[in-house]
Design a protein around this ligand. Sequence first.
Ligand code: TMO
Length: 317
Amino acid sequence: MKVRNSIVGLIATLVIALSSFANIAKAASSDPIRIPVLNWSSQVVMANVIAQVYEELGYNVELVPAESASRYEAVRVGDLHLAHETWQSTMAKPMYEAMDKGGLIDAGSHAAPTLEDMGVPNWVIEQDLCPGLPAWEALKDCSANFATADSEGKGRWLEGPQEWHGDVMPNRLKGLGLDDKWTVKFAGSADALWAELAAAKKEGRGTVIFNWTPNFTDAEGFTFIKFPTFYQGCRIEDGGSVETTGCGSPIGWLKKAANIKFPLTHPSAYKFLTKMEATAGQIGEMANNVDNLGMTHADAATAFITNNRSAVDQWLK
Ligand code: TMO
């Protein structure tokens, strides 16, 4: 009898201990995981992919509108838990600055090399609207074919929103000595870039836009202009001068970052983030689901997970 009582007591103690452990674990992870949402399709779809996987894992998730550069400080102080698409060319600096202050950690890279730069749809080359492309020197003699109503008689570079990378492209034109022939206009959104591609094609006029790879345009044919080779420090923002800032963009990495406490507060979620290594094809697919197929971001994410279930399961192992 006595033995039995003590076994019952032991089991009761264990049950209490286990349930309070479960409560602690639950308390730690009931803080919703805050994922930044920006303004280009693959980033937003990937935010939704991660959110849907985290919900499968039992976490609460919040999608939080954010800006490209300031998001790293938000991750550092814990207002956001992660940044899942960090493009080396335009986001390495704010990420490293947050890391240097302490509070943000590198959560590894995706399996895709990246490039963000100015370029042309392939038909601009096929129609010979700027003989000599993709070499940047060709731009010296063809600007007239790229003038628009808002470009003051110069050729127009349609940049992305200025929030993405400030004055890198206006400085590029100055660095190359092309600013008397070309001018930069900033698009209000990524969609405005895709609208410009369609409009220029329809009107049969030249167009130079900011674009990136991986993207849905990889499948349609887009050629990046070959600028002088990038090196660390060539841009004005990195300490360079007008003599060096004509450099092109680097072929870079695509990284993930997290708040330093994320591995402790949401361990399975952090592990998934580190193991998720999206390929160029997968990132292109995320963008294509929205920009070509017209899905909502949430539906695009669900379709992506269904179509890539074995990869997602691999990232969950
Ligand atoms: C940041 N982006 C991928 C749009 O160049």
